[in-house]
Design a protein around this ligand. Structure first.
Ligand SMILES: NC(=O)c1ccc[n+]([C@@H]2O[C@H](COP(=O)([O-])OP(=O)(O)OC[C@H]3O[C@@H](n4cnc5c(N)ncnc54)[C@H](O)[C@@H]3O)[C@@H](O)[C@H]2O)c1
Length: 596
């Protein structure tokens, strides 16, 4: 029989603690909520009230249930109030000495059978446990932010945690409606070990002005379907907490430089810019604790006119290539009202591309997304050619030929001879340096990257890559074109992986390394990222969809360009590719897809 938890204590009512109180009280468990001082207690009470009021306003909680929830919570200053609870969850700031002091005190105050749990994200549960006389009753219960919403709980057992304590806590998680993964005590557990390298990398992109905060966040939301961008997530986590987590992971996790907190983080924390909780972090909020972002000095102008400042007029667009990307891009431009000249290497190829565009447009008609008249008009705007000479009078060329530098360079040299002056020349490369392509022409200022995502008609994001030679007008033109296509164009520098791939693939590679180290299973890792961080797919699901060979090639490029030891491709990934297990396309990757 699992142990009955009728009263639990929560220590620290900050970002996490207040949410954890709500989780328990919502599930009919009495809570003793403890803070260090009366003002901190009032802040915690206000956070709980704000959160439950919002739930009522959204129709997710009945008023009577909210009132009953509040009646279950007893607020107190000081740990003495916890003398008769069955379980304590500590959620004070991420400092080992502070947590050890609190656990020693809890050990003294609480009944001998009480389970003592920490919500630490990165500290050693084992080191915390030895501050008590009952390390076998100490465990990690790691909730995710916001605790009332996120389904995942990481249950962390140390080498001395008693098995029945683990079982009791697992049963409790189920009662709370949470999904638990039980793991050993390692820095960052599953989710944070995979998340924080990515978050820190995003901060360094922002710090080095590689892209704006809005563009970094939009890229990850729209390119990967994440619920929020990395900088908005840092603000939600709290920059002080994030700093401590990174710092601990760096020290405990083998001094991986990717976890060494980016200097800007420390500066922001020192300046009191802690994120949502202080009203300002990477973004500015309506008031401390509010989720509502308000404009500040760094907010880009929203109007189309400002976006198009310096942009050249584009009416006619050439698209070179006959593959998946070229086909999608032709459709996107034609649907948006541009005149399109498609150039392939032969009329046979043109006929195939034409068929593919027709099929895709017809699907749109069947699904009610497009009228027949719109389809016909779009097709009427496209002309088909097998010679580049037909690009003499276009205003923009989008190149989407094979991903080989020599081919692209030769093509751009030809475009340079054929196209009229002032044309913007764009490459859709996802891995080659745009500057190499630009320097094959006599007009590198007019060359940009336009990195569409597959399938181009569906994906809302385009990365606009400017090289050190790209003119502001060419960048503005590219961005205005993205807006006219109904897509979000994010501007970034000319570095391997641009924004999305540079942030996504090292994370996927880290997941492979975690699996390889037997720390957890592919299923639990996928669960952790989906339920703890709201990712639409787990890393192994995504790797199987993208293709292990493609992922390995991108990861190799990143490693070669940045020479970051942490980016070295995981040996397991290399082996699977060598073995021909490439993912869904070969019916086997990390998982066996032969029966699906
Ligand atoms: N922020 C997140 O997204 C997140 C997610 C999961 C886990 N965690 C972990 O949860 C813990 C708390 O983080 P947070 O972000 O909620 O921090 P926070 O700074 O928002 O809140 C900490 C609270 O603890 C209180 N406190 C400090 N000393 C105390 C004491 N001696 N007794 C009682 N209360 C005390 C503070 O007044 C404050 O309200 C950390 O271990 C963190 O790593 C954080």
């Amino acid at each position: 029989m699992a142990r009955e938890f009728s009263t639990v204590g929560v220590v620290g009512l900050g970002t996490m603690g207040a949410g954890i109180v709500e989780v328990f009280a919502r599930n009919g468990i009495d809570v003793v909520a403890v803070e260090i001082s009366a003002p901190a207690l009032e802040r915690g009470r206000a956070t709980l009230k704000g959160s439950t009021d919002r739930a009522v306003a959204k129709g997710k909680l009945a008023e009577a249930d909210r009132d009953a929830l509040h009646e279950r919570v007893h607020f107190a200053v000081g740990l003495d109030a916890l003398h008769s609870v069955d379980l304590v969850i500590e959620a004070v700031p991420e400092h080992l000495d502070l947590k050890q002091r609190i656990f020693a005190e809890l050990d003294r105050v609480c009944r001998p059978e009480t389970i003592l749990a920490t919500n630490t994200s990165s500290l050693s549960v084992t080191e915390i446990s030895v501050a008590t006389s009952r390390p076998n009753q100490v465990i990690g219960i790691h909730f995710f932010n916001p605790a009332p919403v996120m389904k995942l709980v990481e249950v962390v057992r140390t080498v001395v945690t008693a098995p029945e304590v683990v079982a009791d806590v697992e049963a409790l998680c189920a009662r709370l409606g949470k999904v638990d993964v039980t793991i050993n005590d390692r820095a960052g557990f599953i989710a944070n070990a995979l998340l924080f390298g990515y978050l820190n990398h995003a901060v360094s992109m922002f710090e080095s002005h590689y892209a704006t905060r809005e563009d970094i966040d939009a890229a990850m939301k729209l390119g990967c379907g994440l619920p929020m961008g990395p900088l908005a997530l840092m603000d939600l986590i709290g920059l002080d907490t994030a700093y401590e987590i990174l710092d601990t992971m760096y020290r405990r996790g083998g001094r991986d430089r990717r976890h060494a907190p980016v200097p800007l983080l420390k500066q922001m924390v020192t300046a009191g810019l802690l994120g949502r909780k202080s009203g300002r972090g990477f973004y500015t909020y309506e008031r401390p604790g509010s989720p509502v972002v308000v404009p500040d000095g760094a907010t880009p102008p929203a109007t189309d006119a400002a976006l198009a400042d310096g942009a050249r007029a584009i009416a006619k667009v050439g698209v070179v290539g006959s593959g998946t990307m070229a086909t999608g891009i032709i459709e996107v431009f034609a649907k948006a009202g541009y005149e399109v000249v498609s150039v392939t290497r032969g009329m046979e190829k043109s006929a195939k591309v034409c068929e593919a565009v027709k099929t895709s447009l017809n699907k749109g008609v069947v699904r009610g997304k497009l009228t027949e008249a719109d389809r016909d008009a779009a097709l009427g705007r496209i002309s088909w050619s097998a010679t580049l000479d037909h690009l003499a009078d276009v205003d923009l060329v989008v190149e989407a030929v094979v991903e080989e530098l020599s081919v692209k360079k030769a093509l751009f040299a030809s475009l340079d001879e054929i196209c009229k002056p002032g044309v913007v020349l764009a490459t859709t490369t996802s891995s080659l340096p745009v500057i190499d392509v630009a320097m094959a022409t006599q007009r590198p200022a007019d060359v940009v990257g336009l990195h569409f995502f597959n399938p181009a008609p569906v994906m809302p994001l385009v990365e606009v890559v400017r090289t050190i030679r790209t003119s502001p007008e060419a960048t503005a033109t590219a961005r205005a074109v993205c807006a006219a296509l109904g897509k979000t164009g994010v501007v970034c520098g000319d570095r391997s992986g641009f924004i999305v791939n540079a942030l996504l693939f090292p994370y996927l590679n880290d997941a492979v390394k975690m699996l390889e180290a037997s720390y957890s299973t592919a299923d639990d890792i996928d669960h952790a990222m989906k339920l703890g961080c709201g990712y639409p797919m787990g890393p192994f699901e995504l790797l199987d969809v993208v293709g292990l060979d493609v992922s390995l090639a991108i990861q190799r490029e990143l490693y070669l360009e940045l020479r970051e030891p942490g980016f070295a491709p995981a040996p397991l990934l290399e082996h699977l590719v060598t073995a021909g297990y490439l993912g869904r396309k070969t019916r086997r990757g990390f998982r066996d897809h032969s029966h699906r």
